[in-house]
Design a protein around this ligand. Structure first.
Ligand SMILES: NC(=O)c1ccc[n+]([C@@H]2O[C@H](COP(=O)([O-])OP(=O)(O)OC[C@H]3O[C@@H](n4cnc5c(N)ncnc54)[C@H](O)[C@@H]3O)[C@@H](O)[C@H]2O)c1
Length: 296
């Protein structure tokens, strides 16, 4: 079990949507919360709402694409709340454009904010958590990371979200001995400000804030979830997964049908084909020296 009450937490991208829901629910369950966001005013609003409800929160500006910015945010968070033991690496941005039509800046931005953002956040907070002897890292991935064929025109996003899942699962092995657990949260449709505000999140080094809402073409619209839940409704589900040290958190159980389609296709197409090849040609000869190729 991971305790939440009495712990200090940080939520990146805590200024709106899923992050805001998590920050408020963490506070409701007795954690103090550092609400970190690239847009300070939004983080301040969330922190103020938590305080008004009797909770403890601090708002801190940070850009998860920048290591220095995260390190500074960590110093500020711990100065205000003490050692952070619950990390919610949630900040992210999306794009629904064909890869060849994306600018280099946008490709770099989507990869960095989603994947490097989680890596940077994890690396900033981990040494303190190890020193404290416990804690939990919950990264917001996406169903698009587990099912990379799910949503069309989502290439850098799907790659980054799949990377987050690899990051969390592999890190869990390293952290076992420290009593620290990881969770990949894979939202399947939450009503948030992402579609309307996404362009505003683009940091200066990737071209700066843009205008207009994300255009989701018909092809992608068809496969996204029909039900969009509220951040308030899904936050307790995610925190439950954290409390139970689950490797994954989901909010749309009905989407399990897509796993069956995707992964049974992998097993049937690829492994059946490999088996068929072995039946015809025989099992490949094993190297007598194991993994090491002696004349390489
Ligand atoms: N909403 C969904 O259905 C859905 C589905 C799958 C995954 N997600 C993931 O959930 C996470 C939260 O998204 P949301 O839907 O709540 O959207 P949102 O737009 O409401 O919230 C994103 C927050 O992240 C902040 N942010 C953006 N770039 C940042 C940066 N460089 N540094 C710090 N903060 C930054 C924004 O200011 C914003 O407050 C994202 O990682 C997103 O990819 C959302």
């Amino acid at each position: 079990m991971t305790d939440i009450s009495g712990k200090a937490a940080v939520v990146t991208g805590g200024g709106s949507g899923i992050g805001m829901g998590l920050a408020r629910e963490l506070a409701r369950q007795g954690a103090s919360v550092a609400v970190a966001d690239i847009m300070l005013e939004k983080a301040q609003k969330v922190a103020a709402a938590i305080q008004a409800a009797g909770g403890k929160a601090v708002a801190i500006q940070c850009d998860v694409c920048e290591r220095d910015s995260i390190r500074r945010m960590k110093e500020e968070a711990e100065a205000a709340l003490g050692p952070i033991q619950l990390v919610f690496a949630n900040a992210g941005a999306t794009s629904f454009d064909p890869l060849t039509e994306m600018s280099d800046d946008d490709v770099d931005w989507i990869l960095q904010v989603n994947l490097h953002g989680v890596m940077n956040t994890t690396r900033a907070f981990l040494p303190g958590m190890i020193a404290a002897g416990g804690g939990h890292i919950c990264a917001t991935a996406s169903m698009a990371g587990l099912l990379p064929g799910w949503i069309p025109v989502h290439v850098p996003y799907s790659a980054a979200k799949a990377g987050i899942i690899g990051l969390m699962m592999n890190l869990a092995l390293e952290l076992k001995e420290h009593g620290i657990h990881t969770t990949s949260y894979c939202p399947g449709g939450v009503a948030t400000g992402m579609k309307a505000n996404n362009a505003l999140y683009r940091p200066t080094k990737f071209g700066g804030p843009g205008e207009g809402e994300v255009h989701v073409g018909e092809e992608s619209g068809k496969v996204t979830s029909l039900a969009f839940y509220t951040p308030e409704a899904i936050a307790p589900m995610v925190l439950d997964a954290v409390k139970n040290n689950l490797a994954f958190a989901f909010d749309h159980p009905e989407q399990r049908v897509h796993f069956r389609e995707t992964y049974s296709a992998v097993v049937e197409a690829c492994y059946d084909a490999a088996e068929e090849w072995e039946r015809t040609h025989g099992v490949p000869e094993a190297n007598p020296h194991g993994a090491k190729l002696l004349d390489a």
